[in-house]
Design a protein around this ligand. Structure first.
Ligand SMILES: NC(=O)c1ccc[n+]([C@@H]2O[C@H](COP(=O)([O-])OP(=O)(O)OC[C@H]3O[C@@H](n4cnc5c(N)ncnc54)[C@H](O)[C@@H]3O)[C@@H](O)[C@H]2O)c1
Ligand SMILES: O=C(O)C[C@H](O)C(=O)O
Length: 357
């Protein structure tokens, strides 16, 4: 007999209350039903991750579950989302987690969402360019964006799937076709380029990377990734040798990871970190925070190209302002011309993929 029968009774009550229903809840949430935890209706954003069981998707799911701005987290994938959902849902943070598996559950995954983050698609292997992913990922992004247009046309979309320079124009065309396109709500995620640039520059300056801010403009592939080292904060005068070495490393940061992973994929952890940072900025903007500035690949009039990555201001309606490039060095002006040529072809490829389909 327990020395304190009252405490023993209370404990028994708590443990029967906790264990079996928790398991039932995980199961029920997979049927798209209301999760018990949702009944309080905590204020916050409803976020879906499409491709949640992948290399990026899993750590990103964890990071979004940790974000206090998220009240409901929908994890969708065509494989393995039940396991990721069960795992992440046990974290004792505020967001309610629901899982969705396979195409028949895509609409339930998307309905009511404020923010949709898309890291679905195949990653590179050594020797491949991001453009080599086009054949498979173009179709995946099209299907997912058709779902967004139908089920949550007002959601902000953070598109991660490569090649970003082409998948963003594809998404725009899908939304135009559906009559839901709003350039303020479609953002290609290029935050990893900024994250890398800050880190590599901080190494040279010998300071904490969190104190560094390098705008990275253009696009998200090779020479289209254009770090504006002349605008680095805190300001610093690099030698030409430093500029060329840093630019090369930032442009090839993705390849550095692909080669180091030797066939096991591309950047996942640093990308999840970057995506979580960008999603947080989007939600802060939506909440009405002032002065939220990030770089992203968006519909733009900063150059003659219809899409371009640059600093943008995020606000209550998503993309509130595309910032001008500011003064460029001679080195950056030359880089910009080369970047624009490649970007024009990548954008055209995405637009024609939908218009000729
Ligand atoms: N924007 C960037 O900076 C950046 C950085 C890194 C990677 N990426 C890109 O992100 C993508 C994902 O990379 P990863 O390493 O996570 O790949 P991964 O293969 O580990 O994961 C991709 C996930 O997408 C899922 N998926 C495939 N088709 C789907 C569909 N139709 N609907 C929903 N989910 C689907 C897969 O099941 C898998 O779980 C790649 O295209 C990669 O090139 C972009
Ligand atoms: O390099 C890749 O293929 C993935 C991603 O675009 C990256 O920059 O790490």
């Amino acid at each position: 007999m327990h020395p304190n029968p009252e405490a023993s009774q209370r404990l028994a009550k708590i443990s029967t209350h906790l264990r079996p229903p928790t398991l039932q809840m995980e199961h029920r949430s997979f049927l798209g039903q209301q999760n018990c935890r949702a009944k309080g209706g905590a204020p916050g954003f409803k976020v879906a991750i499409l491709g949640a069981a992948g290399g990026i998707g899993q750590p990103l799911s964890m990071l979004m579950k940790m974000n206090p701005l998220v009240s409901l987290l929908h994890l969708y994938d065509v494989v393995n989302s039940p396991g990721v959902t069960a795992d992440v849902s046990h974290m004792d943070t505020g967001a309610v987690v629901r899982g969705f598996l396979g195409q028949p559950q895509l609409e339930n995954a998307l309905t009511g969402m404020d923010l949709v983050i898309i890291p679905a698609g195949v990653p590179r292997k050594p020797g491949m360019t991001r453009d080599d992913l086009f054949k498979i990922n173009a179709g995946i992004v099209t299907t997912l964006c058709e779902g967004v247009a139908k089920c949550c046309p007002n959601a902000i979309v953070n598109l991660i799937s490569n090649p970003v320079n082409t998948t963003v124009p594809i998404a725009a065309e899908v939304f135009k076709k559906a009559g839901t396109y709003d350039p303020k709500r479609l953002l290609g995620v290029t935050t990893l380029d900024v994250v890398r640039a800050n880190t590599f520059v901080a190494e040279v300056l010998g300071i904490d990377p969190r104190e560094v801010n390098v705008p990275v403009v253009g696009g998200h592939a090779g020479i289209t990734i254009l770090p504006l080292l002349s605008q680095v904060k805190p300001s610093f005068s690099f030698t030409s040798e430093e500029i060329s070495r840093l630019t090369d490393r930032i442009q090839n940061g993705g390849t550095e990871v692909v080669e180091a992973k030797a066939g096991a994929g591309s950047a996942t952890l640093s990308m999840a970190f970057a995506a979580a940072k960008f999603a947080d900025a989007c939600m802060r903007g939506l909440s009405g925070d002032a002065g939220v500035i990030e770089c992203a690949f968006v519909a733009s009039e900063v150059t003659e190209l219809p899409f371009f990555a640059s600093k943008v201001r995020l606000g209550r309606s998503g993309l509130e302002e595309v910032c001008a490039l500011g003064p460029l060095s001679e080195y950056e002006r030359t880089g910009l011309e080369k970047a624009k040529k490649e970007l024009a072809a990548s954008i055209h490829k995405g637009v024609s993929f939908i218009r000729n389909s």
